[in-house]
Design a protein around this ligand. Structure first.
Ligand code: FDA
Length: 318
């Protein structure tokens, strides 16, 4: 119920305007977002690299309908990649095609997203195409196939285990030896296209993960679910798959304990680090995944309010 409410709010303009101006909202977003500037993103990546984790940086933004805005987003990505290369960070980037102009027109999307892919090629840097709602699955995979046919190899996709179609998409990606990030899926989907029950999503996740670990190319096992992680660990052990053949992936600010534990155990762990001012929809999806996050958020708001600050000062004096 709460999950549905947050997913609804993620696409609601009025709620977005209210939230972006609400006191404390920004600090609440900072639980899941590295900051608003490129420097914030680079500092977060540097710190994560120091603790043995690799990074995928995401410049927040989606559903862009103006060419100027989409071009600006591509420019930020190019600046970001140049900076990653200059600072020799162990990082790549993740981008959403609706931020690059997918809702504008195909030729523009090809040209604009192509600039990011070319910059990646120049630096030998990988670019992940995030997957958005099922309205975009076909168009995103078509874009990817075309780019792949043109010879780009520094690009990979995301497939979601809540979609019925994903088993076919995993097989096709494996046939190309394309790199796949497997996640459960974060959008509100109708029962015609996606498993409504979490237990079915989880069963499918394990099935697709095993397909990717057996026949795929360096899959990204993106989840914070310990049952999924344990299933992956058991499968690779049983099939003698080396740790170098795959990576776990988790979101910035989510289950940091588990992230550190996986690194200690010798697994590759990549953290997805979003940054930028357009954090609203991203935050709503994170709240939908775990409504208990609302308490962290409420706590942040209370701490920033005048009463909270007074209480904070009093507590410090103790
Ligand atoms: P699940 O939702 O079952 O959660 C398992 C446990 O993890 C929870 O009980 C809780 O302990 C913890 N947890 C999960 N989410 C949390 C949160 N927000 N805050 C605090 N704790 C949380 N989706 C998509 O549609 N397209 C995409 O491109 C991507 N990309 C992506 C990249 C990476 C690196 C990750 C990790 C995830 C994505 N996702 C995504 C999001 C994904 O689809 C999914 O919504 C979330 O990862 C939550 O699902 P889990 O697999 O973690 O399991």
């Amino acid at each position: 119920m709460l999950k549905e409410a947050f997913l609804f709010l993620s696409g609601n303009r009025l709620a977005k305007t209210v939230a972006m101006h609400a006191p404390g909202a920004r600090s609440m977003a900072l639980r899941f977002v590295a900051g608003e500037s490129l420097d914030d993103a680079i500092s977060a990546a540097r710190a994560l690299n120091k603790s043995g984790m690799t990074v995928s940086l995401d410049y927040l933004g989606e559903s862009v309908h103006s060419k100027a805005e989409a071009r600006d987003a591509a420019d930020v990505y190019i600046g970001l990649m140049n900076r990653i290369a200059k600072e020799k960070l162990n990082a790549n980037v993740s981008m959403k095609l609706t931020q690059m102009g997918q809702d504008i027109d195909d030729a523009f999307l090809r040209e604009n997203a192509g600039r990011v892919l070319d910059c990646g090629k120049q630096h030998d840097m990988f670019v992940r195409l995030d997957m958005e709602s099922s309205d975009y699955t076909d168009r995103t995979l078509d874009f990817f196939r075309n780019i792949w046919a043109e010879g780009y190899r520094n690009v990979g996709i995301v497939l979601q285990s809540y979609l019925f179609r994903s088993e076919t998409d995993v097989s096709e990606a494996n046939a190309l030896l394309a790199r796949v990030r497997l996640c459960k899926g974060a959008y509100k989907e109708p029962p015609e296209v996606a498993f409504p029950e979490k237990s079915d999503v989880d069963v499918n996740y394990v099935k697709l993960m095993q397909m990717l670990l057996t026949n795929g190319n360096y899959p990204g096992i993106a989840t914070h679910d310990e049952a999924m992680i344990d299933a992956a660990k058991a499968f690779v052990k049983e099939h003698d798959i080396p740790n170098s053949a795959f990576e776990f992936q988790m979101l910035y600010g989510v289950r940091r304990d588990l992230q550190q534990q996986l690194v200690r155990e010798g697994y590759n762990l990549r953290v997805y680090v979003p940054f930028g001012g357009a954090w609203y929809a991203y935050l709503m999806r994170r709240l939908a995944e775990r409504p208990a996050n609302v308490f962290f958020v409420a706590n942040a708001i209370v701490r920033e309010s005048p009463v909270g600050r007074l209480f904070g000062r009093k507590t410090q004096r103790k």
